[in-house]
Structure formats: structure tokens, C-alpha cells
Design a protein around this ligand. Structure first.
Ligand SMILES: C[S@@+](CC[C@H](N)C(=O)[O-])C[C@H]1O[C@@H](n2cnc3c(N)ncnc32)[C@H](O)[C@@H]1O
Length: 255
């Protein structure tokens, strides 16, 4: 894909994904299996270990901030990143409402996490924006985000997530499955013909609403290739929601 096309998709993503402000702030209560897929209980146990230093999490593509709140309420410290500044602002507001007083840093991802160390935070809970929370992180999570980013950009994002994790750190990533795409096969065909849009755009319209700029499905092998290319060791995967979602759990090598 050309740089121009990726830039076009990114520009449209910034506008379209403002809808994430309407996503529920308590996803783990709304969707059965979400907390299991993310191992939230396990991370809560680890965070309660008084002998260990505080755990830090990165949420990439925070949307309405539900996972940020899930980590914060279990005692982790969180940096929330999104391509859309209004989503980090929504996340900040919700943190104030649901996880008051917990340590949280907002960042506006430009279009590559590569730039995230350099970009300016867009605000802070107490006006004290930089609380010193920065890489390396113990855990990173990107739920329902990477399948909306086309290659080669998505490969660069995954490589950056790998870079900002500590050695031995974990990454959780939920991707759409081929079962989900097959479920929409007829509609994708109709939409591509009727509107002259790509199959990826049509899949996005089916899963996330008209105007969604891009969505792809990943087989297990395709997901492994994406993550292993960046250096991750795949540890397990968890399919849920009728096999339409798959959360991959992987580790950064210790050295
Ligand atoms: C389907 S929403 C998921 C939000 C949240 N993770 C959740 O599970 O509710 C996708 C999110 O990814 C963000 N996003 C899309 N492309 C991105 C990119 N290139 N870099 C960072 N975030 C991106 C969108 O702004 C949106 O908040």
C-alpha cells in the first residue's frame, strides 16, 4: 500500500473513531469473556504483590478507556494512547469518574507509536501531566485496534509496542477472525459492488459501522507472522464471541 493511501486511511480513522467515546466504560462487565481473555485477575494479583515494584501498562488504541480503567482499578499504572485526541480525553474523563485518584497519563499517538516517546501529552488528571510513567511497560494491550491498521503500518506499530515493553513483558492483542469475515461475506460483496469500496472497507462497515476506513481478519498463522516478525514469542490465544474475536497473548523475549 502506498504512503498516500495509508495517510488517507489514518486521516479518516481520526474522524471515524470519535465514535469510541460512546463505547461502554465497563467492557469487562458488558462482554462475557473479555476479562478472561485479558487475564485481568492475574494482573490484579501481580499488582497486589507488595514486594514487587508497581506494574505499568500501556493501552494502545484506548477508545473509551474501558481497559485503562480495568487495569487502574486493579492497581496498575497506565499510559493510554490513541490516534484520536478526543478518545484520550474521554478516557481521562472516565478515569476521573471511575478510577478517581489513580495514576494515569494521556498521550495522543500520532500515527505510529514510534513517535509516542516524543509526542506531547494532551492533558493530565491534575494538571501534573508527566508523572514519570514511561517505557518500559510490564504489559501492553491493544483490543480491537490492530486489524484497523493496514500493513506495512501495523507491522511498525507492533514493533514499537515490542520496543516499549520490558524484556519478559506481555502483550495482549485482540484481532478479528476469518470466521467473522465469513459471517459477513455476502454483505461485503454487496457493499463493494454498490459503493465501489475495497473489501477491507466493506468489512469495516459491517463490523464497526458505515465509514469505518479499514478492517482485516487474521488467521492464527497470519497473526503469528505479524507478532513474531516483531520478536514476540506467542504463548496462547483465546477465541471468544462465537469465535469472531481472538486475543493473542505473547511475550517479549528476556534478552
Ligand atoms: C474499535 S476501537 C477499540 C477501542 C478500545 N480498545 C476498545 O476495545 O473499546 C479502535 C480504536 O483504535 C484507535 N485507532 C485506530 N487506528 C489507530 C492507530 N493507527 N493508532 C492508534 N490508535 C488507533 C481508534 O481511535 C479507536 O479508539
Amino acid at each position: 500500500m502506498s504512503i498516500e493511501m495509508m495517510e488517507r486511511i489514518t486521516a479518516r480513522a481520526r474522524k471515524f473513531w470519535k465514535i469510541a467515546a460512546g463505547f461502554p466504560p465497563n467492557k469487562e462487565e458488558v462482554y462475557a469473556d473479555h476479562a478472561t481473555a485479558q487475564d485481568f485477575a492475574l494482573w490484579g494479583e501481580r499488582a497486589r504483590d507488595d514486594n514487587a515494584p508497581p506494574l505499568t501498562a500501556l493501552e494502545y488504541g484506548c477508545g473509551g478507556g474501558s481497559d485503562t480503567i480495568s487495569y487502574l482499578t486493579r492497581g496498575l499504572r497506565v499510559v493510554a494512547v490513541d490516534i484520536n485526541p478526543s478518545n484520550v480525553a474521554t478516557t481521562a474523563t472516565r478515569v476521573r469518574d471511575h478510577a478517581r485518584g489513580l495514576e494515569f497519563v494521556e498521550r495522543h499517538a500520532v500515527w505510529l507509536l514510534e513517535y509516542s516517546d516524543k509526542i506531547q501529552p494532551v492533558g493530565g488528571l491534575t494538571g501534573e501531566v508527566d508523572t514519570g510513567l514511561r517505557p518500559p511497560f510490564d504489559v501492553a494491550s491493544s483490543h480491537g485496534v490492530l486489524h484497523h491498521i493496514p500493513q506495512p503500518l501495523v507491522g511498525k506499530v507492533v514493533a514499537e509496542i515490542y520496543r516499549v515493553l520490558r524484556p519478559g513483558g506481555w502483550f495482549y492483542a485482540m484481532l478479528y477472525t476469518p470466521e467473522l469475515r465469513n459471517n459477513h461475506a455476502d454483505a461485503i460483496e454487496t457493499l463493494t459492488k454498490r459503493h465501489g469500496i475495497t473489501a477491507e472497507e466493506a468489512f469495516g462497515w459491517c463490523t464497526d459501522g458505515e465509514g469505518c476506513p479499514w478492517a482485516e481478519a487474521y488467521s492464527h498463522r497470519e497473526a503469528e507472522l505479524l507478532f513474531e516478525e516483531a520478536g514476540f514469542e506467542m504463548r496462547s490465544s483465546f477465541e471468544y464471541s462465537d469465535g469472531f474475536f481472538c486475543t493473542y497473548r505473547m511475550k517479549k523475549r528476556k534478552r
